[in-house]
Structure formats: C-alpha cells, structure tokens
Ligand binder design. Structure first.
Ligand code: UDX
Ligand code: UDX
Ligand code: ADP
Length: 484
C-alpha cells in the first residue's frame, strides 16, 4: 500500500540536530527530513562544501542524502507547518542571570520554538524534545502547545540524544539504546510508536526503550552525570597516585577489569569538557535543590569541583616545576578542543588552563588542528559565569590577550618554548618528532601531558622533564611540589 511520506522537521542545525537528521535521512529514504535554523550562516554552511561542524564520516552521509530527502533551510514556518514530526534541538545553555543563574538551563530558545510551533501548526504534530533539558520541561512545553493549540493535537515526546562528538556518526549508526519517553494515553502511545518506526529502520527493536516522559528526561541527565562522575573519580585517584607513587593507568586498568565496573571512561585527564557534562550536572544540582534534596545536590556538585580541582592542579604543576614562575616564558599548548576529532571548544579544559597560565603572565602559543584562531581568542576573552568555581578568572585584559598566539603547526608553537602542555589527545601529538621539538626549546625543557598520550620514557631519554597525570613523578617534579 502506498502510505503518505512522513515528513520530519528539525529545529536547530547544531552538533546534535545536524548529524542526527543526516543519519535519519540516510537510513530512511522514505522520509523527508528538513533541518531548519534561525542562523542563515549555519544553514548556508550545511548547504555548502564545508559543513559547519567537523565530525568524522559526516560529510559522506550528508553528501549521500542532501537534495534527495535531506534539506537545510531557514524557512522555519513553512517546514514546521508541513511536518508530521518536529524535533527540537535548539541550544539550552546554563542561565547566566536571574533565578537559578549558573545552574538552571536557559529555556528561552525552547520556549520561543514551542510558541512558534503552536502558532504556525495547521495539523496534528508529534513534537520531540531532543536537546537535553531539565526534567519536566516536556510538561511545560506541552502546556504552551495545548494552551495555544486552536484545536490541533500535539503529542510531546522526549527522545534524548546520547551521541558523543567525534564519534557521532558511529554512535548514531549503532546506538547502545534509543530512548523514547511519552504520555501513557492512547494518543501518547501512538506518538511513541510513530517515532519508534523511524528508528526501527536501522536500530534493533530491543534497543529502543520506551518510558514515561520524566524517566526519559532524567535518564539523559543521569547518564551524563554517571559518566562525568567516573572521570572525576579517576582524576581524584590520579592526585593520590602522584602523592603515593602509584600509577593511575595501572589502577584504572585493575579497577576496570571488575565486570561490575567495566573498563570504559576511566582515563585520567586534565579534566572533562564539552557542552554536556558540566551543564547537565549543574542542571541536576538545581533540580535537586528545587526539590528540597540538598544532600543529593552536594553529592553531584562534587563531581564538578573535582574537575575544577584537576584543572587548577595541572596549572599549579606547570608553574611550580618551572621555579614557581612562568612570567614571560613561552608555553606551547598542543590541543584546544575538548577532545580529539572535534573542533568544538565548549567548556574545554584548555580554556581554564590557558587562563590560569595567563594569570601567571605566561606567553602561550596554541596549536590545534581543528580550532581556528578566532574561536580561541573568543573563548579566552569570554567571561564565563561563576557559580562557585575556584578557578574562574576574569575575562582576559587586552594585555593578556596579546600574550596569546595561535599557530597552524606544532613545531612553530613549541619553538623557543620552556614547556609544552598537551591538552587534547589528538593522534598526531603521539607521533611528533619530539627530538626536533626538544632541540628548538629552552632548557630545561618540560612536557606536561594532560592526556597521558606520549611515551614519557622516550621523552625522558631525549632530555625532557615529563609530567604525566597520575604517574610516578620525575625527581625534578618531586623536588618542586605543587600546592593545589
Ligand atoms: C557526552 C556523552 O558521552 C554523550 O553520551 C552525550 O550525548 C553528550 O555528552 P561528549 O561530551 O561529546 O559526549 O564527549 P565524551 O566522549 O563523553 O567526552 C567528554 C569529556 O570527557 C571530554 O573532555 C573527554 O576528553 C573527557 N574524558 C572522557 C576523559 O577525560 N576521560 C575519559 O575516560 C573519557
Ligand atoms: C564487596 C565487594 O563486592 C568485593 O569485591 C570485595 O572483595 C568486598 O566487598 P561484599 O561486601 O561481600 O563484597 O558484597 P557486595 O555484593 O559488594 O555488596 C555490598 C553491599 O552493597 C551490600 O549491602 C549490597 O546489598 C549493596 N548493594 C550492592 C546495593 O545496595 N546495590 C547494588 O546494586 C549492589
Ligand atoms: P547542540 O550541541 O545542542 O546541537 P548547538 O548550539 O550546536 O547545540 O545548536 C543549536 C542550534 O539551534 C543553533 O544553530 C541555533 O541557531 C539554533 N536555534 C536556536 N533557537 C532556534 C529557533 N527558535 N529556531 C530554529 N533554530 C534555533
């Protein structure tokens, strides 16, 4: 039987909306997918040869479907009106002012999206919450939609996205699970079924979980909080390892061998970054506080505090090992993105580390294969909201900004430097010619490996003084204790 082609519209062409819709279009040739955004720059980029985000495999997927059943447009109202299923994946930053500032999610974009949907819809719609939002957002959105509905039936679903940047396409092709939350009414169940059919084009049925709305919303916050908590746990251990002579890699390997714990997400680092972990935990904290659960709020807050501690501990290690001063010393920063294989710098630990070094008057020279100079300067100039972070510094003064240079080459960045800080685990940093780098540097030459990717023994043979997170310290570093 010939059924009417399902039309999907996605509001928000960002890191989540773009890749997710591209994969739906690829896997569902019978569905027309239109991604819309208020930013015409973004849409133009999605329609060009250079996509607005760097994500391995994405170009390929987009090329296969763009113009066939995948479209990018700024004509928001038209495509909303035509769609059967509307995904909302607009940004939900942490509020910077007003009630809940520093913790609560700013739902301005979400609310205006909902009002617009109510305004232009002429037929029944399934509205899918895709961006991570506080628990019970769906209920609020449902109210906006139904109070403005003009007799149209809106069904709201929560379908949180679990993709990680850098592996987005793989994650979307082969998800651990797809989670769909909806109302337990007959209409709600029908909407869940409708969305389930979309994913069933390529996801095995037993991986598509259906729950009520609140469970779906909370599961997303909980998953990110658990993941971040593992990193803070291993990072806390890394400090203890340095103090005792244990090796954090050995410890986390041994711990991860316990099948109840598992081996993934136990890599000690300079700290976690990315747009989700901190934001979602702050959100969780806020929700706990609003629900009279301060003990639970404090438990999760500690995950962020350890992350901040790890970043400041790293900066202190750099400064203390260089005779307690980095003033006017050139320090090379290799890697600025929050993880490898992405150009995204949101909440990257590199921002706090660089600000920390600049605070001590260092000159820094940054190289990252995917992040532009513009982006780096913007990130370093931005004043981040301060909730109760110990590390958060003021925006960079114009003099401090002059202390920063950005290069397109690791060798140039390290030339004449006193120290090298590796802040992103880009594969290319493993295979640099460190002997050549050593030659070009001031002596003693230091490497501070914030991602534990270099072969520290080899580097020591070359002549470097090497600091690796959570590893036994060089005699030099032992003599220059860092106070965090
Ligand atoms: C995360 C979740 O993994 C994903 O499921 C969710 O949808 C969005 O948030 P993302 O932020 O893209 O994804 O990347 P992720 O791989 O989780 O890394 C987050 C941060 O943790 C990075 O800065 C990474 O370097 C750091 N990390 C990760 C560690 O420091 N150690 C680890 O063992 C793993
Ligand atoms: C634990 C460790 O599992 C074991 O590896 C170590 O050698 C000794 O300590 P044990 O205390 O005997 O073993 O039992 P375990 O099964 O770990 O349970 C500990 C407590 O946690 C129990 O009270 C159990 O009821 C509780 N628990 C366990 C939960 O409340 N929830 C869970 O999901 C698992
Ligand atoms: P995420 O990582 O959650 O995908 P991004 O910031 O990358 O977040 O993307 C969110 C996108 O949503 C941005 O491109 C922004 O322009 C877009 N956006 C925000 N509000 C609206 C709206 N009302 N209608 C359409 N797009 C919107």
């Amino acid at each position: 039987i010939q059924v009417k082609m399902v039309k999907i519209c996605c509001l928000g062409a960002g890191y989540v909306g773009g890749p997710t819709m591209a994969v739906i279009a690829l896997k569902c040739p019978d569905i027309e997918v239109v991604v819309v955004d208020i930013s015409s720059n973004r849409i133009n980029a999605w329609n060009s040869e250079t996509l607005p985000i760097y994500e391995p495999g994405l170009d390929d997927v987009v090329k296969q479907c763009r113009g066939r059943n995948l479209f990018f447009s700024t004509d928001i109202e038209k495509h909303i009106a035509e769609a059967d299923i509307i995904f909302v994946s607009v940004n939900t930053p942490t509020k910077t002012r007003g009630l809940g500032a520093g913790k609560a999610a700013d739902l301005t974009y979400w609310e205006s999206a909902a009002r617009m949907i109510a305004d232009v819809a002429k037929s029944d719609k399934v509205v899918v919450e895709k961006s991570t939002v506080p628990v019970k957002t769906a209920e609020a959105i449902e109210k906006i939609l139904t109070h403005n509905s003009k007799g149209i039936n809106f069904q709201i679903l929560s379908n949180p996205e679990f993709l990680a940047e850098g592996t987005a396409i793989q994650d979307l092709f082969n998800p651990d699970r797809v989670l769909i939350g909806g109302r337990e009414t007959p209409e709600g169940k029908a909407a869940v079924q409708k969305l389930k059919e979309v994913y069933a084009h390529w996801v095995p049925e037993d991986r598509i979980l259906t729950t009520n709305l609140w469970s779906a919303e909370l599961s997303k916050l909980a998953a990110n909080a658990f993941l971040a908590q593992r990193i803070s746990s291993v990072n806390a251990m890394s400090a203890l390892c340095e103090a005792t002579g244990a090796n954090v890699s050995e410890v986390s390997y041994a711990v991860g061998k316990d099948s109840r714990i598992g081996p993934k997400f136990l890599n000690a680092s300079v700290g976690f970054g990315g747009s989700c972990f901190q934001k979602d935990i702050l959100n969780l904290v806020y929700i706990c506080e609003c629900n009279g659960l301060p003990e639970v709020a404090n438990y999760w807050k500690q995950v962020i505090k350890i992350n901040d501690y790890q970043k400041s501990r790293f900066v202190n290690r750099v400064v203390s090992s260089m005779f307690n001063t980095v003033a006017n010393k050139k320090i090379a920063v290799l890697g600025f993105a929050f993880k490898k294989d992405t150009g995204d710098t949101r909440e990257t630990p590199a921002i706090d580390v660089c600000k920390g070094l600049l605070g001590d008057k260092a000159k820094i020279s940054i190289y990252d294969p995917q992040v532009t100079e513009d982006q780096i300067q913007r990130d370093l100039a931005m004043n981040k909201f301060d909730w109760d972070h110990p590390l958060h510094l003021q925006p960079m003064s114009p003099t401090a900004v002059k202390q920063v240079t950005v290069t397109w080459d690791a060798y140039e960045a390290t030339k004449d430097a006193h120290g090298v800080c590796i802040l992103t685990e880009w594969d290319e940093f493993k295979n640099l010619d460190y002997a050549k780098i050593y030659e070009g540097m001031q002596k003693p030459a230091f490497v501070f490996d914030g991602r534990n990717i270099v072969d520290s023994e080899k580097l020591r043979e070359i002549g470097f003084i090497v600091y690796s997170i959570g590893k036994p310290l060089d005699a030099w570093l032992k003599d220059m204790p860092a106070v965090a």
